[in-house]
Design a protein around this ligand. Structure first.
Ligand code: ADE
Length: 260
């Protein structure tokens, strides 16, 4: 076979193209680097947050410097020998309430160190979390997530220090930690550079108020259960069209409320 002869001009063009590509990649990298998110999580049970925020995409985003997560033990700000953070409620309602002072001391200390975009309290009576709120929060620089425990926190914290209240669903968790982990994870995967394939966060379910299309991997035929033929065709336009149709059909069937 005749070998292609590459002219000096062609070579120059190729070198220039590859240099431009490299420059582009590094510009994207530094653009991604510019947006750091800092999340301060305030909890009386820091152990609950150990593993969800130390693995997988979140861990990779931390290593890349896209996000910094600081977990603060509210108990460290409690007074007295027993470091008490909860007390009986006025009015005698059953259940303990998280005391105002340790939380106030911790939030005030953090606010003196930097400006926070949002101070968020995780609570079942907050605004229901969704992808849109996650997108907004992923653009912030500094956020605090305050986890309640027991019956909740002294209401004066909510009145005077909290800027936003979020629930992750209409059910009651034992504390806000699992909600804080869910919210952090959702936000962090949206940070530019957190996912290896940058487009994949955009094709997530809910990103356009649509569920995503079904996905498959090898083998193409497992005991007679076949992957849809179109996905094996190599025709990218047709595949994209199929994905859009599936996405819409699944949303209509499973979550028609998203289309309203
Ligand atoms: N704390 C307890 N239940 C919660 C919920 N559903 N969402 C957020 N924080 C909570």
């Amino acid at each position: 076979m005749a070998r292609a002869i590459i002219s000096v001009e062609d070579k120059k063009k190729r070198v220039a193209k590859s240099a431009a590509k490299k420059k582009n990649a590094s510009a994207r990298k530094s653009a991604a680097k510019k947006h750091h998110l800092r999340i301060d999580i305030l909890t009386a049970v820091p152990e609950l947050l150990n593993s969800p925020l130390n693995f997988s995409i979140v861990e990779r985003a931390k290593k890349k410097g896209l996000v910094r997560i600081f977990i603060h033990n509210i108990r460290d700000y409690a007074k007295g020998k027993y470091k008490k953070v909860d007390d009986y409620s006025y009015g005698g309602e059953a259940g303990m309430v998280m005391m105002i002072e340790p939380i106030y001391t911790l939030i005030t200390k953090l606010k003196k160190q930097r400006k926070y975009d949002e101070i968020i309290y995780l609570t079942p009576d907050g605004e229901i979390f969704n992808q849109q709120i996650a997108n907004q929060l992923s653009l912030k620089k500094n956020i605090i997530l305050l986890c309640g425990h027991y019956k909740g926190i002294d209401h004066r914290i909510r009145e005077h220090l909290i800027t936003m209240e979020i629930s992750i669903g209409d059910y009651v968790l034992s504390g806000g930690e699992i909600a804080a982990a869910a919210i952090s994870d959702t936000i962090i995967r949206l940070l530019p550079g957190a996912l290896s394939d940058e487009t994949s966060a955009l094709s997530d379910s809910f990103q356009d108020n649509l569920l995503s299309a079904p996905i498959y991997t090898r083998p193409a035929d497992f005991k007679g259960w076949k992957v849809p033929e179109i996905l094996l065709s190599g025709n990218h336009d047709k595949i994209a069209q199929w994905n859009d149709e599936q996405s819409l059909a699944r949303t209509k069937k499973l979550r028609p409320d998203l289309l309203k």
